[in-house]
Design a protein around this ligand. Structure first.
Ligand code: IMP
Length: 460
C-alpha cells in the first residue's frame, strides 16, 4: 500500500495514483519471474519451407547436448535420414536423438502413432545396434493411427481423383480426424483392454457407416493390439509430468520438428497441407509445456526449395534446372520415394515462416547443391496483377497466380563440401548467403555443405 501524501488536498487522487503504480510495479515483477523459467529450456527446430529441408542433421549434431529429444506433432509422414560414419539411419516416428546414447526420447501427446510402424522402426534400430531400451517414452495421450486409417487415407485420395492432396498415405489426416471427432483411441487406452475394445468397436462402426462397403476386421485388430500391448505399455508414460519435472531439474529439451511451416494445417497452403501444426505452437500443445520454457527457435531453410504433393509453388522449375536440382540434391522422398518438385528459394515465404515461428537463427542446408550453377536466383517479391503482395495470401487461387520477381546472383564452381569456415567459401557463395540473411532478417548460424555430420559450417 502506498504511503499517504499529507500535502495533497485532492480528495485522495495522488494516493490512488501511487497505489496503482505500486500494483503495476508488482505485476511487472511477477511477469518477469514468470517469463524467466528457473529450470531447463526447450529449444526448437522447425522446417521453414514445404518440408525435407534437412532437419535431421542439425538435430543429430545438437542432440548430443540435450538430455531429452522430443517429437510433438505429425506422425510417420515425416522422415529424415541421418548419416553417421557412412551408415544411413531412417527415422519416421522415433526422435533421431536416440542415436545419442545419453538422450531420452519422447513421443509427445500431439503425435499420431502408427504402432505397427513404430515397432518396425524400433526393430531396425535394434538390428543396427542402437540400444533404445529405457530411453524411449510414448505419451499415453498420443492418438493411435490404425491400419484402417491408412486405407481410408488412400480411399479419400482416390475419391478426390484430379483434386487429390498427394498425401503420404500414412493415415495422418484420418487419424487426426478421429481425434477431433473424439472417437479416436489413445495409446494409454491399451492399459484397459475392455475400454479399448469398446472404443475400437465404436470407431469402427462410425467409419464403416461413413464409408459404405468398407469393412474392418475388428477381431483381427483386437488380437493384434492384445499381442503388442505389453511391449507398447512398457514405453508408455505420462510424458507431460515427465517432461515438466525434467525441466524443473534444469534438463534441456530439444524439439525435433517434423513436416514444415508451409504444410501447417492453419498457416500452410490449405488444403494442400498436413493435418497437424508443424509450427512452433505445437511445442506447447503437443508436449504440454508452457511457452515460458521455450528458448531458441531454429528455422531450417534449404538453399533452394522443394515440395512433394500437390499445391502452388511460386518458384517451381519445371525444366532442366529443376531436374538438375533434383538430381544433385537427391530430392526423392524418404517416406514415399516420390520425386520432389524443385525450385529457387522463396523470400516472401521465408519471411512469413520467420514471423510465425519467431526464428532466433537459421540453419541453411544443402548449399553445396547449388555449386556449378552459372547463376543462382532468389525469389524476392510476389506480384499479383503487377502489385506487390504483402503477407501470404490466404486464398489458394490468388496464391497460384502470384508472379515471382527474382534477383539474380552469380554462381560458383569451386567444391565447398570440405570448407569449415564461412570466410573460406567462394566470394559469390558468401554473397549469396549474406543476401539471404539480409532479405530474411534472421542470422544464418549454420550452413550445410555436404551430407555428413561433419559437413557443417558454424558462424560464430
Ligand atoms: P499427409 O501429411 O500424409 O496427410 O500429406 C499431406 C501433404 O503434406 C502432402 O502434400 C504430403 O506430401 C506433405 N507432407 C507430409 N509430410 C511431409 C514431410 O515430412 N515432408 C514433406 N512433405 C510432407
Amino acid at each position: 500500500m502506498a504511503a499517504t501524501n499529507p500535502a495533497a488536498n485532492d480528495g485522495g487522487k495522488v494516493d490512488r495514483i501511487l497505489e496503482t503504480v505500486t500494483r503495476l510495479e508488482r505485476s511487472v515483477q511477477a511477469m518477469g519471474k514468470a517469463q524467466k523459467s528457473p529450470g531447463g529450456t526447450v529449444d526448437v527446430i522447425v522446417g521453414a519451407q514445404w518440408g525435407d529441408e534437412g532437419k535431421g542433421k542439425l538435430v543429430d549434431i545438437m542432440s548430443a547436448d540435450y538430455e531429452i529429444c522430443a517429437r510433438v506433432a505429425g506422425g510417420s509422414n515425416a522422415g529424415h535420414t541421418i548419416v553417421v560414419n557412412g551408415k544411413k539411419y531412417k527415422f519416421h516416428l522415433v526422435p533421431s536423438g536416440i542415436l545419442n546414447p545419453h538422450a531420452h526420447c519422447v513421443v509427445g501427446n500431439g503425435v499420431v502413432v502408427h504402432l505397427r510402424g513404430l515397432l518396425q522402426e524400433i526393430g531396425e534400430l535394434k538390428a543396427a545396434g542402437v540400444d533404445y531400451q529405457g530411453r524411449l517414452f510414448l505419451s499415453d495421450r498420443a492418438h493411435i493411427v490404425f491400419d484402417f486409417h491408412q486405407t481410408i487415407d488412400g480411399l479419400n485420395e482416390k475419391q478426390l481423383a484430379g483434386n487429390k492432396l498427394g498425401t503420404t498415405h500414412k493415415g495422418i489426416g484420418p487419424a487426426y480426424s478421429s481425434k477431433t471427432m473424439r472417437n479416436g483411441l489413445r495409446i494409454g487406452d491399451l492399459r484397459d483392454m475392455e475400454f479399448f475394445e469398446q472404443r475400437l468397436r465404436g470407431l469402427v462402426a462410425q467409419l464403416e457407416r461413413s464409408y459404405p462397403g468398407f469393412k474392418i476386421d475388428v477381431e483381427k485388430e483386437l488380437a493384434y493390439y492384445r499381442s503388442i500391448r505389453e511391449e507398447i505399455l512398457s514405453m508408455t508414460i505420462d510424458t507431460i509430468s515427465y517432461t515438466n519435472a525434467a525441466l524443473k531439474q534444469g534438463k534441456r529439451v530439444l524439439i525435433e520438428g517434423a513436416n514444415a511451416t508451409m504444410i501447417d494445417l492453419d498457416f500452410g497452403t490449405f488444403p494442400y497441407v498436413t493435418s497437424s501444426n508443424p509450427t512452433v505452437g505445437s511445442v506447447c500443445t503437443g508436449l504440454g509445456v508452457p511457452p515460458t520454457v521455450v528458448g531458441s527457435i531454429c528455422g531450417i531453410v534449404k538453399a533452394y526449395c522443394t515440395r512433394v504433393g500437390e499445391g502452388p509453388f511460386p518458384t517451381e522449375l519445371e525444366d532442366a534446372t529443376g531436374e538438375r536440382l533434383r538430381a544433385s540434391g537427391g530430392e526423392f522422398g524418404t517416406t514415399t520415394g516420390r520425386p520432389r518438385r524443385c525450385g529457387w528459394i522463396d523470400i516472401p515465404q521465408l519471411r512469413y515462416a520467420a514471423m510465425i515461428n519467431g526464428f532466433s537463427e537459421i540453419n541453411l542446408t544443402k548449399l553445396d547443391v547449388l555449386t556449378g550453377f552459372h547463376e543462382v536466383k532468389i525469389g524476392k517479391r510476389y506480384l499479383l496483377k503487377g502489385e506487390e503482395v504483402t503477407g501470404m495470401p490466404s486464398s489458394l487461387r490468388e496464391y497460384a497466380q502470384v508472379v515471382m520477381e527474382y534477383e539474380v546472383m552469380p554462381g560458383w564452381t569451386e567444391d565447398i563440401s570440405k570448407v569449415k569456415r564461412f570466410e573460406d567459401l567462394p566470394a559469390n557463395c558468401q554473397a549469396y548467403v549474406l543476401r539471404l540473411e539480409e532479405l530474411i532478417g534472421v542470422p544464418i548460424r549454420w550452413i550445410g555443405v555436404g551430407p555428413g555430420r561433419q559437413d557443417l559450417i558454424e558462424r560464430k
